[in-house]
Design a protein around this ligand. Structure first.
Ligand code: NAD
Length: 350
């Protein structure tokens, strides 16, 4: 899959934020969300090939900085990502990221990319993909609780992948709802701004929670959730940071990316360590059941897993070929004589 020609083997393609945005417009927002979902689904279907580990997290009182590595044996990838809920009050993003792909055979990086925009795209694509398997048939209305940076991507992915028609927005900060409503206007969704979480859930078959607060928050309490809905819980993704009342978890069938990571970071950190969960790769491979009844509450306890980032980087690498939407970075010292690194330094002085 990865071909480095001898002449450019040490130059690493770099996709900047500007070029990532151009790539999304070049491919089209909805086609790219669908394309990312296809790559993620393909990689989930070959799950057992991958090296897997819960992400490596460095926590502080303000937030978390994480590394998310994986490899399929031919290609290695990792993402650097932070999560700082207090950042927006300082004019900064809650989540920023960049990532890298490398050739396992040489160990040489073959792609470096911004991943703040790409994380929003891949998180949304994963939500849409999972809802395709778990949401009730004909689901066309979603409550979108938490109208920050991820929210429009989440809404558009549900439209592109699941045929969502209406999104009902709610955020404790009205300005966030107004921003999301403005951004989604003219995008082919019926957009309804709501003044409470309960109101946003009226008639919704899909409930997305995507808030940011470093605490055990209760965005959804038990009495708010009726039978038959699909909950797409995005914001609880750190130890001590959850969104759902535990009673909801006991009434739901819970689906996760990688249990070893989700038990540390997801909603299920509130449950005992042996509470049954279903792994999404098994649903996608047909070895486990998804939704089995109209009354069932399905819960995607999303935390974001390294393979989704690997798939997203793989997608970007395949898409940028021939577009010019990257810079070539002089990232690796690569002397003609591999043992003469010191000589290369000396020649640079001259
Ligand atoms: P953001 O800070 O831009 O937006 C969060 C929004 O939630 C804000 O508008 C805030 O006002 C709102 N909010 C806070 N408490 C609320 C409440 N009680 N009710 C309603 N709204 C409330 O953050 P973001 O970039 O959109 O990310 C949202 C969350 O998703 C974060 O917690 C982030 O860590 C998480 N996230 C998860 C994944 C994943 O793969 N699961 C990926 C990216 C981000």
């Amino acid at each position: 899959m990865i071909n480095l020609s001898p002449s450019d083997k040490a130059l690493v393609p770099f996709v900047s934020v500007d070029n990532m945005m151009k790539l999304i417009h070049h491919v089209g927002l909805e086609p790219m969300l669908k394309g990312l979902a296809d790559y993620i689904e393909a990689d989930f279907k070959r799950w057992e090939l991958f090296d897997k580990t819960p992400r490596v997290a460095s926590h502080s009182s303000e937030g978390v900085i994480e590394l998310m590595p994986t490899s399929d044996g031919e290609v290695y990838g990792f993402k650097y990502v932070n999560g700082h809920p207090k950042n927006t009050s300082e004019g900064l993003q809650t989540v920023t990221a960049f990532g890298l792909l490398a050739d396992v055979y040489t160990g040489y990086p073959v792609l470096l990319s911004e991943m703040t925009m790409l994380t929003a795209m891949r998180t949304a694509a994963t939500s849409g993909l999972v809802a395709k398997y778990l949401a009730p048939k004909g689901a066309d209305t979603m409550a979108m609780i938490g109208n920050g940076a991820q929210s429009e991507f989440q809404s558009m992915s549900m439209k592109a992948i699941c045929g969502l028609k209406t999104v009902r927005l709610y955020d404790t900060d009205k300005a966030a709802t107004q921003k999301a409503a403005r951004n989604l206007a003219g995008m082919g969704l019926n957009v309804v701004a709501c003044s409470s979480a309960e109101e946003s859930m009226e008639g919704a078959q899909i409930i997305t929670t995507c808030t940011a607060d470093k605490q055990y928050a209760t965005i959804l309490s038990d009495n708010m959730v009726g039978p038959g809905v699909h909950i797409n819980a995005i914001g609880g993704d750190c130890p001590g940071k959850t969104e759902l009342a535990p009673a909801i978890l006991h009434r739901s069938d819970i689906f996760v990316e990688y249990p070893e990571q989700t038990r540390i970071e997801g909603e299920i950190q509130q449950l005992d360590a042996h509470h049954p969960v279903t792994e999404l790769w098994q649903v996608m491979s047909g070895t486990a059941k998804g939704r089995t009844s109209d009354k069932q509450i399905t819960l995607f306890d999303s935390v974001g897993f390294a393979i989704e980032d690997f798939s997203a980087l793989r997608y970007v690498r395949d898409q940028i070929a021939g577009t010019g939407l990257f810079f070539e970075l002089d990232l690796l010292a690569d002397p003609d004589d591999p043992r003469d690194l010191f000589g290369m330094l000396g020649r640079a002085a001259g």
